[in-house]
Design a protein around this ligand. Sequence first.
Ligand code: HEM
Length: 556
Amino acid sequence: DLCRNYAKARVIGLPITVRFITPGGPLWMIFSPVVIPIVAHLPFTKSFITKYKRGWESRERYRPHEEFGELFIICTPSGNIIKVSNFEVADDILKRKDEFGRDLEAFAVLNIYGKNLATTEGKEWMRHRKVAAVTFTEKNAEMVWHESLKEASQMLEYWVARAKKPIRTLAQDTQIFSLNVLAAALFGRSYPFEGKEESEAKNKSIGLDTKDGAFGYRDSIATILHMIVPIMVFGEKKLRDSWWLPKGWQKAGHAVANFRDYITYLINEERSAIARGATSSANLVTNLVRACEEEDSGSLRTEKSVGSSAILTKDEIISDLFVFAFAGNDTTALSLAYILAELAAHPAIQDWISEEIHHYTDTDDVEKWDYATCAKLKRCWAVMYETLRLSHPISQLVKNTGAQARTIRHQGNAYVIPSHTPVEINLPSLSTMPSCWSTDSLEWNPKRFITPASSFEDEVLPSDTTSEFYPWAYSRLVCPGKRFSQAELVGALAALFRDHRVEPALEPGENMDEACHRVKKLSEDIEQRLLSEICEPHKIALKWSRTTDDGVRMEC
Ligand code: HEM
């Protein structure tokens, strides 16, 4: 197969690099986290790891394109993949939506509950998209802002209370933070932040039935996200019924059923509220159900009803809500982990954003910070932009030529890309190319996004979408959760850094500069699991402290 694919790649005429293992194959997705650490202990394997450890695009950033060119082909046993790191070509591909459609195979993993917004195309996708557009409202973003402030304050309290013992649970804690914000936005239910160890211990001591309500939801969705590949490979029923599979895998099968039951219950509740003419608090479930009901004046579409109606079936609603939970949880949790690790390595930037947060907030009571504050915190936005520029959780915008060959033009040449070929727009390369981002493009420096001025009000921040920077994609494909994630991340930064600072815990014999350098390296060493994430977050040990009014750190 590799030889056949190589022959096909040669016909295209772009530079080729060969991989003997398909990077996105399900088996490599499952086994590479086990194989790579073993191989890493063997001599002469650096080049193997550079190429085969998943997420090489995020780790290597623009460098592979410097070696092979702005467009090149990765030839693998299961097919060829075109990598793109040129703004004009990327824009052309994104604009030719009907020619370069979704790579449905790459997204099939999200079909646990059936097809949804992320796994459909054409008219079917437009039906989902239309409903999603009215589901994510500015009101919802406002609620996310308030919830994020509350959750981040509680997370901070938890971290500060444990300040004597460095925090090594950055990745788990940002997951819990993000799950709780999602629970509020999806279901309108607010839960206190509890660190992983505390919540497990408490559940055990009070014998909490984790199938109940929010904790059931929270545990179910966390389990599903963690086990999504085995769920895709074996399916819900097999996982549940196969006694010979590991316990964790069986649990994943039950989690899929729990989430479905919980959402079905909420949909039914909302439908009866609508039937009674009752209003309910606006959240993603109620918005979505109401959007469908309005389209259909009173009844959900059934599996049998066909036609070009914009409404969704109950199963499609469940599947869309799952995708919102999937797309909305890890993306923001991973981004927040990147942000906090980078900030820990850059104390001066913490002071820089803190000044701004103080300027716009006159009390430390986060409940009093209105939603309008979010847009004013330009330096916090710059921190978010800069982190996504260097470490993006999605990393590749994956398209596919579909049923026909398509032509791509680059530097006066035309390249015919065969049918059914994935074409990947390489965000980590586009957002670090020195030709666009200058020679310090691999440095994390949020100030690059701010044009300084004599007052905070006059500082200028570029829009979240330009022709050279689009972390939330753009036009028809723009992320529907863009405002949601912005309110969540900026809210977290505001609550955490107004009066507190974070620093790396020192390893024996290390000074603070060395520790910052080590944490910076760790935070930018990325591995792709389902999304791109910090490879070894447990190695990042952090300490939080409160500052006095004049910015001096106090021991907690
Ligand atoms: C830092 C956080 C986030 C980033 C950087 C981000 C980025 C993106 C990008 C680049 C896409 C387009 C992917 C593609 O075309 O291949 C996308 C799609 C999507 N995002 Fe986000 N996202 C974030 C957070 C969220 C949140 C919080 C939600 C929901 C609560 C969400 C829901 C979605 C959904 C449902 C899609 C698929 C849309 C469609 O297929 O039409 N995202 N996101």
